[in-house]
Design a protein around this ligand. Structure first.
Ligand code: ADP
Length: 193
């Protein structure tokens, strides 16, 4: 198995790149943002609880997200590997993920961190808000999400760096050129399927 974490601030292009990476290398794409939005839409108990945090630009509590990931990993029995998008977002989530994968006799192989200047992030997110219909893509909530990223999520990069798994990639090129940079790292481990 090959397991990849695509890491980066809100608006860095994780979602877009993850879709291409998942189809090019036949990896199972797990996006906690998408999973949570699906729960919100179906108005499940988890969704109703998560929405309170998401609408304020705050992280959903670790135990909620970790439970969701755990069942998603269990559902995907014969995956070639996973690409985690938007997860882990706290050190507790990173530690929980290591345990879940260890239980499956596998591990995180590589963490690719997308680097995008803050002004560009805000521009992209405000632009997306105009068309996405996402209730958290307005300037006030965006600012909170970026603040939450700096305080809780950025330390996750140090966690993986300490385990020698982190590679930083500039994410302010075109979508295609950024993909090429990411692919160069991935192909040290596996070739397109
Ligand atoms: P973005 O990266 O553009 O902020 P996401 O779609 O990944 O968007 O996440 C949207 C929201 O969902 C986050 O602001 C947060 O409230 C919640 N969320 C997503 N993933 C996680 C996670 N791993 N832990 C906690 N909350 C999460």
């Amino acid at each position: 198995m090959f397991n990849l974490v695509l890491f980066g601030p809100p608006g860095s292009g994780k979602g877009t790149q993850s879709i291409t990476i998942a189809s090019t290398y036949h990896l199972q794409h797990i996006s906690t943002g998408d999973l949570l939005r699906d729960e919100v839409e179906r108005q499940t108990a988890l969704g109703v609880e998560a929405k309170k945090y998401m609408d304020q630009g705050l992280l959903v509590p670790d135990e909620v997200v970790i439970g969701m990931i755990s069942s998603k990993i269990d559902e995907s029995q014969d995956a070639r590997g996973f690409i985690f998008d938007g997860f882990p977002r706290t050190k507790a989530q990173a530690e929980a993920l290591d345990k879940l994968l260890e239980f499956k006799n596998t591990k995180i192989d590589l963490v690719l961190a997308l680097d995008v200047p803050e002004a560009e992030l805000i521009k992209r997110l405000v632009g997306r808000g105009a068309s996405s219909g996402r209730s958290d893509d307005n300037e006030e909530v965006i600012t909170k999400r970026i603040k939450e990223y700096h305080s809780k999520t950025e330390p996750v990069a140090n966690y993986y760096d300490a385990h020698d798994k982190l590679e930083r990639v500039k994410g302010d090129h075109s979508i295609e050129d950024t993909f090429k940079l990411l692919a160069r790292h991935i192909e040290k481990y596996l070739l397109p399927a």
